[in-house]
Design a protein around this ligand. Sequence first.
Ligand SMILES: C[S@@+](CC[C@H](N)C(=O)[O-])C[C@H]1O[C@@H](n2cnc3c(N)ncnc32)[C@H](O)[C@@H]1O
Length: 210
Amino acid sequence: MKERFYFDIKTKRPEELFENVKDYFNSENIKKYAKSKSMMRIQEKITMRALELLEIRSSKIRILDAGCGPGFAALYLKEIGFEIVALDIISDFLICYNLTEVNPLVADMCYLPFKPNSFDAIISISALQWIFRDIYNKKMEALLIKLTKSFYKTLKNNSKAVIQFYPKNNEIMEKIGNLFISNTNFKGNFIIDNPNNAKKRKIFLLLKKE
Ligand SMILES: C[S@@+](CC[C@H](N)C(=O)[O-])C[C@H]1O[C@@H](n2cnc3c(N)ncnc32)[C@H](O)[C@@H]1O
C-alpha cells in the first residue's frame, strides 16, 4: 500500500455533495441508476474483475453483496451459479428488479446482521466511498471501524472479501487500508487497474481472513 497515484478528479462526486447516501439516492436518482444500461454494464465488468481477484474455485459458495443497489452485481453472480445475499441500506433499491433469488435484505453494511462465519466471500462494488471519504471525520472513521470488524466476523476462515471503491485521494485510500489492517486480523492489499488513467482507474481492496 505504498505506491502513490495522482488523483485528477475535477468534478465532485455525489458523496462529496451529499452527506447522507439517502439524500442523494432519492426516488428519481434510484430510478435513473437502476434503468441505466451503461451502469449495469460497468457494475458487471467490475464484478467480473472482483471475482477474478477472489480466486474462487467452486460455484457452490455463499457470497454477500454489500451495498447491492438495484442488484446488478448480485444478479450477475446469481446467474453464474453462486448463492447470494444482496444487502443495501436503501429499501427502494431492492424493489427495482425482482431480487427474490438473491435474498434481498435492508441493512447497514457497517452492522451486518449475520452470525459469525456466515459467508465464503464478500463483495462490495462502488459503495465504500459513501461510508468513509474524509480522513478528519471521526464519525466516519468510527463507522468504518465498525464495518471492518463486521466484515471480518461475518466472513468464514480462509475466505476473502473484495471491495471496489472510489477514494478521493491517496490519503483516504491508505487510511482505509490501514483501518482494516489495524482493527482486524485481515491480511490485505490494493489492486489498482489502469493506475495512471484517472478516468479508467479501478481500485480494489482485497482482504483475506486466514
Ligand atoms: C453506486 S451504488 C452501487 C450499487 C451496486 N453495487 C451495483 O452493483 O450497482 C452504492 C450503493 O451503496 C449503498 N450503500 C451506501 N452506504 C451503505 C451502507 N452503509 N450500508 C449498505 N449499503 C450502503 C447505497 O444505498 C447504494 O445502493
